[in-house]
Design a protein around this ligand. Sequence first.
Ligand SMILES: O=C(O)CCC(=O)C(=O)O
Length: 306
Amino acid sequence: MKDIYPSRHAEAAALLPRLDPVVHGDWTPNAPLNREQATHFDRDGYLVLEDIFSQEEVTFLQGEAGKLLSDPDALEEETVITEPGGREIRSIFRIHAQSRVLARLAADERLAGVARFLLGDEVYIHQSRLNYKPGFQGREFYWHSDFETWHVEDGMPRMRALSMSILLAENTPHNGPLMLIPGSHRTFLTCVGQTPEDHYRVSLKKQEYGVPDENSLAQLAHEHGIVAPTGKPGTVVIFDCNIMHGSNGNITPFPRANAFLVYNAVSNALVQPFGVEKPRPEFIAARGAPQMVQPVSGSLVEEAPA
Ligand SMILES: O=C(O)CCC(=O)C(=O)O
């Protein structure tokens, strides 16, 4: 397959035009987003949804995240990533496969229906994770385009994927909320440097390859500015796979816990990676026949067994 988004091949970084649509579905009055929301996502590459879950559902999700974080030994070992140089949990991957509640969340019509509309296709979960930024100890996530990594290291062919960040703790201006460069999703910033084998082992703690250069980042930020959506638990931040984003460390006492669900179009399933021989493991990037998400409606809250 021809590589239309070559990265980590050349001596110098380049700002290339995006060759894929942002909103792949056709908007109609029956779409799960109104026209203004669809236009916002198309133009800025992100969208914030507020109050789509009830307080009861939010409390239920927070309880489930708390359970995962409090008993990491019950989880698949490789899916639990600690902070660089520390023992606090930074991320738990494959949460939708390790928790029935989070599988239900991933299939929820209010999220999956929006993903299907924006991606104009049936969808599957490419990656899921809980990013926990503990108070005082939570480290930053440096600037990156997810698509750059997913293309080079996982073999995602086109820009037809998106992330949904479901805030499970209040995200304030101070505790390291996600920062995005609106409009940057229309430019593919290539990175410099070969990727070492098994790069993921370090990159999940601290990215060293696939890191954008400072000049290009400065250019994007000067041109478009930076936003950092904040919100109460239950808020959902949807962002395009190629938007430039990152977040600061958390030196406040207030932890920040966000679940991330990455939806990919089934027609955009992974092929051989474009920049490495060996693909990253399944817990970071789902390969094989896509497991299509069947949207489910109704409350997330399970009935307690009688
Ligand atoms: O959790 C964050 O603040 C950033 C996460 C992120 O950039 C990612 O998962 O790609």
